[in-house]
Design a protein around this ligand. Sequence first.
Ligand SMILES: [Zn+2]
Length: 445
Amino acid sequence: MAKPKPNAHQLTRSLKMRIYPLTAWSEEERKTFYQMLNQQSYIARNIANETVRVAWLRSGKMPVPYEKDTEGYHYYCAKWPDMAPSNVNQVFRWAKKKYRAHSKAIFVGDESLISFRKGSPILLNNQHDYKLMEKNGSYEVDAQFLPSRNQKGEKQQNRWTFGLSNLPRDYEGAKILKRLAAGELHRGQAAITKKKGKWYFILSYSIPQEETAVKDLLDDRIMGIDLGVVKPAYYAFTYHGEIQKDRGCIDGDEIAEFRRRVEHRRQAISRQFKWSNRKGHGLKRAMEPVNKLGDKIRNFQLTCNQRYAHFLVKMAVKHRCKHIQMEDLSGINKNSLFLKYWTYYSLQEQIKNQAEKYGLDVTLVKPAYTSQRCPICGHIESANRQTQEAFTCQSCGYGDKSKGSYFVNADYNAACNIATPHIDEIIADYVKSHLELKKANNQQE
Ligand SMILES: [Zn+2]
């Protein structure tokens, strides 16, 4: 069979599994294997840190971007002769990509220079750096780690074959692993990382979108998502422009609880720190828990966002919505409390990824006035939001209990507006015509 190649309509996913030694290995062989992994991870970490450091130095001195791959590659291979050259190349490229993604923020001082800590991944290229094999329902990986010759020019063991455990239990994941081993799906880069003393094998692969897209989505159905502080997200639906009763939100309790715990921990650390006079290495050690705390926050946000995105897109699919509409956050001030509260950008990215998987389209709409607009009569006025929680239309009385209406949650209301087709144009037209009306009135006076 011809090897499938990735194309524009493929989606990248990954599987994470535990590495375990083969039963046939002696105690000595096991020890050698883990020592080798530790050493390779240590080298990978040094290469990554060096890459970032050099990129930073160069970008400071010269206006030209750091592009000379080959020059860098040979330099790194010569400097770290105990890692297979193609693995060196993978780590080098990976670190450079990370640096580029953050360089803007680093330059303006929003972020400090990236530093790779313990447990840096050993990266393997998809081609011949590793092979995946199935043996009676269990899986083995054959991978290259060291150069075929050592520094003295003698031949040495450079490949290892190890087992995988903690295989995906879900039917879909297991099926994918089988197809990957059979060469039916395209295998991507693999990463070997150590976490809490355990080694993991993370395999990326691409899957054609035709396989995952939902077939019976309807073009005139839209899910609108409003991002907020009290609850991370509210959602509402419109079918051919009509607002549906079915709506909901994601509970933010776990976020609030997590923030409380983190704040508590941070205060405890800084109290400890205040009374000690540590400098140099001592200072570095004292700061370690704070750095780790940052990692913990990032990881927590990432997993929460993945879960939220998954839930939201599943809801859209359940309602057979072909479209998801969300606020365009690019206009929002970077320092606003809203963006400090939660990583909404990454949440939106996750939603886009999930939506793409199922064949949904994502449209970003301008957030201006979506919280002040009445979805029933279209009236826009800041007084429609008299409190943070409630929406009451000053024109038609929607949400006004004294006029016989029921309570309308302001965030649900914003989600309804965001779910409205062509909402950008509708609001722009309304604002424009009201400005003209005001002008005309002023001229009459
Ligand atoms: Zn109204």
